[in-house]
Design a protein around this ligand. Structure first.
Ligand SMILES: C[S@@+](CC[C@H](N)C(=O)[O-])C[C@H]1O[C@@H](n2cnc3c(N)ncnc32)[C@H](O)[C@@H]1O
Length: 247
């Protein structure tokens, strides 16, 4: 999954999402050592940690997302390191006290082979007893095969307006949900530019992920249904996993 096409819109869409920030700052501060963020994107979480003095490396496959992350770091005078690569095959010499994968980053691993390779690789980059924390959407989506506008309208500095419409398709046997985004930007003179992006997420059930973690050499995870530690219930929107490397 290549996020290059999303890089321009990503911060407009998700820059305001803050639900997870204090959770990841808390686990990072408790880890007491260097942190690796997998699927760091444009540095939304990475920068939040760095502002608190946490030493953090952001791993991200998309060159354009990294470009944005580096620009953010420069603007804010933050010392951020981004490395280009994917969870399943990156190789760094450093060993980390904590690996995090916020905001569904692991939903871009599509097959059991990719998922296991990634988790085993994350484990290999942890110090003995090191921790792993990540969150995933609970698989629940809106109306399929229907064009929707979910309130995403952004106003550009030059007076332009961008409306994002989406259509989702569900491939149940593969546990894939594919979202087609149509971003329509209307300039002040009325001309319209239409962009189209496709994003496929591979969703997990709670126990599927628990078994994957155990198989990849992690302890049985603590699973919660919120970033505040509440239980996973029917109403939960996220599944938050916390585990440790089994030695
Ligand atoms: C929803 S974004 C989350 C970005 C960031 N963590 C945040 O919270 O804003 C998912 C990120 O995972 C990255 N990604 C996609 N495939 C990946 C892979 N195989 N390994 C690691 N990251 C991946 C994407 O490029 C994207 O930046």
């Amino acid at each position: 999954m290549n996020y290059d096409d999303f890089a321009d819109l990503y911060d407009h869409q998700y820059g305001v999402y803050r639900d997870d920030l204090h959770f990841y700052a808390g686990v990072a501060e408790r880890a007491g050592g260097p942190v690796l963020e997998v699927g760091a994107g444009t540095g939304r979480v990475t920068a939040f940690l760095a502002r608190r003095g946490v030493p953090v490396v952001g791993l991200e496959p998309s060159a354009r997302m990294i470009e944005r992350g580096r620009a953010r770091a420069q603007e804010e005078g933050l010392d951020l390191t981004f490395v280009q690569g994917g969870a399943q095959d990156f190789a760094l010499e450093e060993r980390f006290a904590l690996v995090i994968a916020p905001f569904n980053a692991l939903m871009h691993l599509y097959t059991p082979n990719e998922q296991l390779a990634a988790l085993e690789n994350l484990r290999a980059h942890l110090r003995p007893g090191g921790a792993l924390a990540f969150d995933l959407y609970v698989p629940r989506y809106g109306e399929m095969n229907t064009v929707r506008h979910e309130g995403e309208t952004f106003y550009g500095q030059g007076g332009s307006r961008t409306d994002v419409f989406l259509v989702q398709r569900h491939d149940r046997p593969r546990q894939h949900v594919t979202t087609e985004y149509h971003a329509d930007t209307t300039a002040p003179d009325g001309t319209l530019r239409r962009r189209h992006y496709t994003l496929t997420q591979r969703y997990y059930t709670r126990f599927e992920m628990e078994w994957l973690l155990r198989h990849a050499g992690f302890e049985a995870p603590r699973v919660t249904g919120s970033f505040q530690g509440g239980p996973l219930t029917d109403a939960s929107e996220v599944m938050v996993f916390q585990t440790r490397r089994r030695d």
